[in-house]
Design a protein around this ligand. Structure first.
Ligand SMILES: CC(C)(COP(=O)(O)OP(=O)(O)OC[C@H]1O[C@@H](n2cnc3c(N)ncnc32)[C@H](O)[C@@H]1OP(=O)(O)O)[C@@H](O)C(=O)NCCC(=O)NCCS
Length: 144
């Protein structure tokens, strides 16, 4: 079963060891960077992704400081655990969690144009282009 856990003294060192393939590094910041960002930007919520007792990935989302909307800022599954359905399952779970907040109606996510894997995954979950390109990344949205 897939679960989210807080990042604390029990798993911090394991979370920062998670990584993606060399050619994927341009698609996602490393987890150390994201955790540092979340320290400075306390609206960012960091979660580690477990399959049963195995740590497989990391995600970070927030209510953006500028537009006051939900953004999924990061999603990564460690190279060793990719292509096993965990990325998709984690996205479904995260979207469900965000949807519980009835004061908001939309979730945004962005990705590099060459990241066809992420594009496919987000489209599968109902995200669609919002028309914007921010810092070279294509913005997708899911209205709920
Ligand atoms: C993108 C990412 C999160 C997907 O997670 P994952 O667990 O590997 O993917 P899943 O196994 O859940 O598969 C999701 C979809 O991608 C497809 N997929 C699986 N392996 C793939 C591969 N090697 N290449 C392309 N698509 C692939 C799956 O078939 C599935 O689509 P389907 O539902 O139509 O079958 C993961 O590969 C990753 O961490 N990539 C590097 C970081 C990154 O790009 N993050 C997103 C930043 S916006």
């Amino acid at each position: 079963m897939l679960t989210f856990k807080e990042i604390d003294r029990n798993n911090f060192f394991d979370v920062i060891k998670l990584g993606v393939a060399e050619e994927q590094k341009k698609f996602v910041a490393n987890n150390m960077y994201s955790l540092a960002q979340a320290k400075a930007l306390p609206e960012c919520v960091c979660l580690s992704i477990y399959h049963d007792d195995v740590l497989v990935g990391f995600t970070m989302y927030c209510i953006d400081h500028e537009d006051n909307e939900y953004w999924i800022y990061r999603l990564m599954i460690d190279t060793k655990y990719q292509s096993k359905g965990y990325g998709k399952a984690a996205m479904v779970k995260l979207v469900d969690r965000i949807k519980e907040d009835k004061e908001h109606q939309v979730i945004y996510i962005s990705f590099e144009p060459e990241n066809t894997w992420a594009k496919h995954l987000y489209e599968k979950l109902g995200f669609e282009a919002d028309g914007r390109v921010l810092d070279g990344e294509i913005v997708y949205k899911l209205a709920y």
